[in-house]
Design a protein around this ligand. Structure first.
Ligand code: ADP
Ligand code: ZN
Length: 709
């Protein structure tokens, strides 16, 4: 590895294939390069790794990355190696021999990055070993684990202060996706950071769409949702182990390839399921929250919450597993009363019922939101979104309010006449005039509002009651069997005719339908999709040949860009985001060939893709046909073929112009171009008094336009 300083942006392109830094990455990298400590708070998928990987490559010496997620280390290192970055890891999963090899590589100063578990690092022998090595930087991943305030406290992390004490000159970068102010403070003091710069990136993930649906007929809704997204990968979070198994079975029955995953399964079975998911062999996982922590799959296209999560932190982390590659991805949350009740029960039985219940209420507020959901989500993390997001269900289809006074009065009156002693379901039964045994036995059929709301379905009443709870007309007495009670506002509505606005449920239903119906796709979109699928197939083949997860070949964002741009030569392919030097060398030409084949197939089938006529000429040219043969084959004039060859050359295709035109002729054209200041064939033809024929002139002009190389 050369020790000359390379620009971070050059490294970004060369090793990662990316053209631009994301917000903050560049500043963070500059800080690290300047030798200063830093704390980085960025959401999952925000691009934290680049912040230490680029400096690691730019600086002399070894970057030591501390990570508690052993399962992730291997994936990350494989990803780096695939990009031509010398990296390795050390943890308890390796045998002595493997570890010795890594030590040797470190000693020979061959590595730029070394991932270690905290246990490994803190071993005094290992620290001694590091003292003999040139170190560029320490990166502490998942740094929130250091704080007992955080939700993922790890004792080993508290001993990391030894790093600053032992290596005062080596800068430290601490990174995390979840840290409130207290945790951040803890990170700084515990690691003994020296005047660190703190970077707090926005938690906004605009590529994730947000939708909440009532939990009616959930299984059908899930099936429809998945059928609308063929060949995509997703996670469905369920509350219980049984839930994951039941749902996976229902999906399988509907012909959808899905597997359950939960903590009750054996470790080996779990790791198998996870591996199959990462390698795109099992596209869909029905999981409890135990799933996802240790996986780094960038092409999860959607996340469904089959049940309500117990707090917003967890919810945000889980939906954050979708769309890490930055492509549009969907999230869907099902919201039911029954889940709220169940979660309340769990919260009450937990160590800190008050905290848990409050968190659950915030989660409910989100699910019941009638304003932009992203605003609510970000507000929870202390961020203010200036505009409505436009990518949540509420923004896309704002609720219509109607005068709901009469409807509310019916419900409130039922609650009142039932003496505020029964729960929502019984209230609804009474409103709908149910003949359920309990209703009749208790004489509820005698009260005045019995059957007054029979025209409204049970599910709709549930939604209306929910709205009334939110509007503060009703409250739930959790300590009295969840009985509904009137609030002072509810009293005003019932007895003083105070007006109430409710949002019309027809809108909610319309929204649900809109979810289910598809917009017709444009021809262009269909072409992109078809090529994307073809490239995905190819990727899967290449990945399984070498036993690596497909996203290590190229991630979805890169394939998507290829499908849209259709790069058919080296220069164009290298311009695609995510095509690094190493990846190009390994896969570039294979993908170029696939794209050329696609374009030619489409042409043969009558679809005229823009620019495909050039590709056809190029294909014939590289097969060795002469210009006149190509012209005959294609039934076009030879000058057109010359024109094509010139254009192809300009676009960076390998066309050997010297076989068509001599150096003397090229020089003459160059002189004529400088003399006339023109690139027009007619001008140059005149200037050269016809000495060079038109076809060669065209080629010569292309030659010099492309830089004359
Ligand atoms: P985090 O560790 O913050 O969860 P990662 O570092 O894994 O996120 O990055 C998430 C994804 O974004 C990865 O696929 C990564 O390659 C990609 N990425 C990071 N930086 C850029 C960039 N500047 N341009 C394009 N993609 C990027
Ligand atoms: Zn919104």
């Amino acid at each position: 590895m050369s020790t000359t300083m390379t620009q971070p942006s050059t490294i970004l392109k060369q090793y990662f294939g990316y053209d631009e830094f994301r917000p903050m990455q560049e500043e963070i990298i500059q800080t690290v390069m300047a030798g200063r400590d830093s704390v980085v708070l960025m959401p999952t998928g925000g691009g934290k790794s680049i912040c230490f990987q680029v400096p690691a490559l730019a600086k002399e010496g070894l970057c030591v990355v501390v990570s508690p997620l052993i399962a992730l280390m291997k994936d990350q290192v494989e990803g780096l190696v695939a990009n031509g970055v010398p990296a390795a890891f050390l943890n308890s999963t390796q045998d002595d021999h493997d570890q010795m090899e890594v030590f040797d590589a470190v000693r020979r100063e061959e590595l730029k990055l070394l991932y270690v578990s905290p246990e490994k690092l803190l071993n005094s022998q290992f620290l001694g070993f590091l003292q003999g090595i040139t170190l560029s930087l320490f990166a502490i991943d998942e740094a929130h684990c250091i704080s007992s305030w955080g939700h993922d406290f790890r004792k080993e992390y508290t001993q990391l202060q030894v790093l600053k004490a032992t290596f005062p000159q080596v800068p430290i970068i601490a990174l995390t996706a979840t840290a409130d102010k207290l945790t951040r403070k803890d990170i700084v003091t515990q690691l003994g950071l020296h005047q660190p710069r703190q970077f707090v990136a926005s938690f906004d993930r605009p590529n994730l769409s947000l939708t909440v649906l009532p939990g009616r007929k959930r299984v059908d809704a899930v099936i429809r949702f998945i059928q609308k997204r063929p060949n995509t990968s997703g996670i469905i979070y369920c509350l219980s182990r049984k839930g994951t198994e039941g749902l996976a079975e229902s999906l399988q029955k509907a012909g959808i390839d899905a597997e359950p995953y939960h903590a009750g399964m054996s470790a080996s079975k779990r790791s198998k399921v996870q591996q199959a998911f990462i390698q795109d062999r099992t596209p869909i996982i029905c999981a409890t929250i135990a799933f996802g922590m240790g996986i780094d799959k960038s092409n999860v296209r959607w996340v469904i919450h089959y049940n309500l999560p117990k707090n917003i932190e967890g919810y945000y982390q889980e939906i954050g597993r979708a769309g890490r590659d930055g492509l549009p991805s969907d999230t869907l949350l099902f919201y039911t009363f029954a889940d709220v009740m169940k979660l309340r029960g769990f919260a009450e039985d937990s160590g800190q019922p008050q905290v848990q219940l409050t968190k659950l209420e915030r989660m409910q507020n989100y699910a019941e939101a009638l304003i932009c959901r992203r605003k609510i989500l970000l507000a929870y993390f202390g961020e203010h979104l200036a505009k409505d997001c436009g990518n949540c269900d509420v923004c896309k289809d704002p609720p219509q309010y109607v005068d709901g006074t009469i409807l509310a009065q019916k419900a409130l009156s039922a609650v009142y006449r039932l003496r505020e002693t029964v729960g929502a379901n019984t209230v609804i039964d009474v409103l709908r005039g149910s003949a359920r045994k309990e209703v009749l036995e208790k004489g509820y059929d005698k009260i005045k509002t019995y059957g007054a709301g029979a025209d409204i379905s049970f599910g709709d009443w549930q939604q209306y009651l929910l709205q009334m709870l939110n509007a503060g007309l009703l409250e739930i007495a959790y300590d009295q069997g969840n009985a509904l009670k009137l609030t002072p506002i509810g009293n005003e509505v019932l007895f003083k005719g105070r007006k109430v606005n409710l949002y019309r449920l027809a809108d909610a239903r319309k929204r649900e339908k809109a979810q289910a119906t598809q917009k017709p796709k444009s021809k262009r979109m269909l072409l992109i999709e078809a090529l994307f699928e073809q490239l995905r197939e190819l990727r899967l083949q290449l990945a399984s040949q070498s036993g690596i997860p497909p996203y290590l070949v190229f991630n979805d964002a890169t394939l998507q860009e290829m499908a849209a741009e259709r790069p058919t030569n080296e220069a164009l392919m290298k311009g695609i985001s995510g095509v690094s030097e190493a990846k190009f060398r390994q896969y570039g030409h294979i993908f170029i060939e696939e794209i050329i084949r696609f374009i030619l197939d489409q042409r043969a089938g009558g679809a005229n893709i823009k620019g495909s006529t050039y590709v056809e000429t190029f294909d014939l040219y590289r097969q060795g046909f002469t210009v006149s043969e190509m012209a005959r084959k294609r039934s076009i004039h030879p000058s057109t073929i010359y024109g094509h060859l010139g254009t192809l050359y300009e676009q960076g295709y390998r066309v050997e112009l010297s076989s068509f035109i001599s150096q003397e002729e090229l020089d003459a054209i160059h002189r004529a171009m400088s003399h006339t200041g023109s690139e027009k064939v007619s001008d140059l033809h005149e200037h050269l008094q016809g000495m060079v024929p038109f076809d060669k002139l065209r080629l010569g002009i292309s030659y010099w336009k492309a830089g004359g190389g």
